[in-house]
Design a protein around this ligand. Structure first.
Ligand SMILES: [Zn+2]
Length: 252
């Protein structure tokens, strides 16, 4: 191509892509699609479907459906995701460090005589509640009081994302399984969703506990995943996969 035409073509290309900042390396440049269709976002290290959906202000389920994704943990670096109604691929900053100092104060110092090995996640199965209410209920049921070590509120009965410490944690007492920390999230996650504040508090709480007791991510489980347990706890919409993905990105 004569040099003159090359410059003209370059100018046209520059004009047509005006308004979109360059994102990522040139080798990952997405194929051109019409603005009506949306844009392609290229997955880079550390990104999750939830962060991407949040960045573009779209629903994560819609993003998954549009891109034929059934397992969000299978997202791979370099993967192209079609984003509808977006004018440009948006840059995403590095994952912000998780600040856990407030939660460390709630959990208290490490108990060197304790050997917590696993963390089990529950929902309360109620739309509201708090540690005091569950304690009374569990006493009535002959369970000796609150059967959880921690309760994370949803804004109905206690603060949204508020972490309450149960007496079993203060006494470093087991619930029904030895060395197993019980965390209850207020809500019925067969009918409602975990709030973002609950999610953030849970990530911080687990991170603090993992650091203190050297608990691997693989030792975090849903109540229903325990062999022999016939329960739906913590509910069908509980975002376990998202929690595990997030925890894997945090240095414990
Ligand atoms: Zn449970």
């Amino acid at each position: 191509m004569p040099r003159k035409y090359f410059f003209i073509l370059s100018a046209i290309l520059t004009l047509t892509s005006a308004g979109c900042a360059t994102v990522g390396r040139k080798t990952l440049a997405p194929p051109a699609i019409s603005p009506a269709q949306g844009v392609y976002h290229i997955v880079t290290p550390g990104q999750t479907l939830w962060r991407i959906a949040h960045t573009y202000n779209i629903d994560v389920n819609e993003l998954m459906r549009l891109n034929g994704i059934t397992d969000p943990s299978q997202l791979i670096v370099g993967q192209r995701l079609l984003i509808r109604r977006a004018a440009c691929p948006l840059p995403m900053g590095p994952v912000s460090p998780v600040i856990t100092s407030e939660v460390e104060a709630i959990v208290g110092p490490k108990h060197y005589s304790s050997h917590w090995r696993t963390i089990t996640l529950h929902h309360s199965g109620t739309i509201e509640g708090n540690a005091g209410a569950f304690d009374r209920n569990h006493r009535k049921r002959g369970m000796g009081g609150l059967f959880y070590h921690f309760v994370i509120g949803n804004g109905a009965g206690s603060g949204d994302g508020q972490i309450e410490v149960g007496w079993r944690w203060r006494k470093q007492a087991n619930a029904n399984r030895p060395k197993d920390i019980q965390i209850c999230l207020v809500g019925d996650f067969n009918r409602q969703r975990l709030s973002e504040s609950q999610f953030e508090s849970l990530i911080k709480l687990i991170t603090v506990l993992r650091r203190q007791y050297n608990i691997p991510v693989s030792n975090i489980r849903k109540h229903k995943s325990i062999r022999g347990k016939h329960t739906a706890c913590p509910g069908s919409s509980f975002p376990f996969g998202r929690i595990i993905l997030q925890l894997r990105q945090i240095k414990a």
